[in-house]
Design a protein around this ligand. Structure first.
Ligand code: ADP
Ligand code: MG
Length: 348
């Protein structure tokens, strides 16, 4: 995804305004970078190109730190914690990791365990703890069954101030379904604190905005899970996140069979039927978690899980290209082309 053009763009910085320094006209200053294993874009509406550029640099520096601290399998703060938990030791969690663990535990409970960041070993067993996509036959059924039977859960964690332990040595925390949402929230907070209250942050198709794009809202595309480009678009303004979890980008390829990277903790098997879930919510962390949980929930149970997680605006696409959406979402999205079928579903 990262190509030379993106590097160049980063190197050249924002080039929408003609000169260095303060401009009277408001314009969008954009930067792209590669972090969290994906292409990241930050757009800031500003009259001051240099200030906007400095703010984006600040945020991108923070992204790099977060990626290291919260990474599921590379060395860092979370890796240190996971090693301690596997060895049955307690560990003093890094200050910026601790709130994520507490929030992830709350959201895991609210999701009825469908969002379960304690299943890092299962995710690793399926081969998703590598930069490259896994290829070949699925892991042995017995190995999967053993990890499912061990039932690792965020509720196995024991907190004593900053010290964290686990009652279950099979707990391995993987914040891949949550951390980007937290990073989105923190990026918008930081930009606002630096005086940039009109911004759009895109972490590989997980987006959050604040304010507006001048005299119009921000326009956002939702990636087509089965084709090229966008399946739909919508306009958002104020503080809002549009987060999509899909099974189309990271998967294990075995011949013509694909096993996606979102795992159903109940079976230990990849979630095969919902190919993308999009959640619109002011809190990007909740939206991120919900999108992952709704993929696991599947095309019948998702409204109940959405209700439990407190999200109202949802769009689900299944493997046959059928779309289900809530009335709130239906009112906002515009489809690029009419989907195979569209059904509006009230959240119970
Ligand atoms: P993406 O990171 O591609 O936007 P998600 O937000 O859905 O997609 O996160 C998927 C990641 O979350 C997986 O790569 C894995 O690290 C982790 N994960 C997989 N299954 C679950 C699950 N049931 N609950 C929590 N995290 C999961
Ligand atoms: Mg997610």
């Amino acid at each position: 995804m990262l190509n030379r053009r993106n590097f160049m763009k980063l190197g050249l910085g924002a080039c929408l305004l003609p000169a260095v320094g303060v401009s009277r006209a408001e314009a969008v200053v954009s930067e792209e970078m590669y972090v969290f294993g994906t292409l990241v874009g930050v757009d800031v509406l500003s009259r001051n190109t240099d200030a906007a550029r400095a703010a984006i640099a600040d945020v991108s520096h923070r992204f790099t730190q977060q990626n290291r601290d919260w990474h599921a399998w590379k060395p860092g703060a979370l890796g240190d914690l996971n090693r301690a938990l596997a060895a049955g030791r307690t560990h003093e969690a890094a200050p910026d990791l601790l709130p994520l663990l507490h929030q992830a535990r709350e959201l895991a409970r609210a999701s009825g365990g469908l969002f379960n960041p304690a299943i890092g070993r299962l995710v690793g067993l399926w081969g998703f703890h590598h930069d490259t996509l896994p290829v070949g036959a699925p892991p042995h059924a017995a190995a999967v069954a053993e990890l499912v039977a061990a039932a690792p859960s965020m509720d196995d964690l024991v907190f004593g101030g900053r010290r964290v332990g686990s009652r279950n040595p099979h707990v391995q925390i993987d914040l891949g379904g949550h951390a980007k949402g937290v990073a989105l929230n923190q990026a918008l907070d930081r930009l606002a604190a630096l005086g940039h209250g009109n911004a759009l942050v895109n972490l590989g198709g997980n987006l959050a905005v604040s304010g507006s794009h001048g005299d119009r809202p921000w326009h956002i595309g939702i990636r087509h899970p089965q084709g090229e480009g966008a399946i739909a678009s919508l306009a958002v303004s104020g503080r809002m996140a549009v987060v999509t979890s899909g099974t189309y980008e990271r998967y294990r390829q075995d011949g013509d069979k694909r096993y996606p990277h979102i795992i159903d903790p109940r079976s230990g098997q990849p979630a095969m039927h919902v190919v993308s879930a999009t959640v619109l919510h002011p809190d990007a962390a909740r939206a991120d978690v919900a999108a992952t949980a709704l993929v696991v929930a599947g095309s019948t149970a998702w409204p109940e899980v959405a209700r439990k997680l407190g999200v109202n605006d949802v769009m689900i696409v299944d493997e046959a290209g059928r779309v289900q959406l809530t009335p709130g979402m239906a009112a906002r999205v515009h489809f690029a082309e009419p989907p195979a079928s569209v059904k509006t579903v009230e959240i119970a």
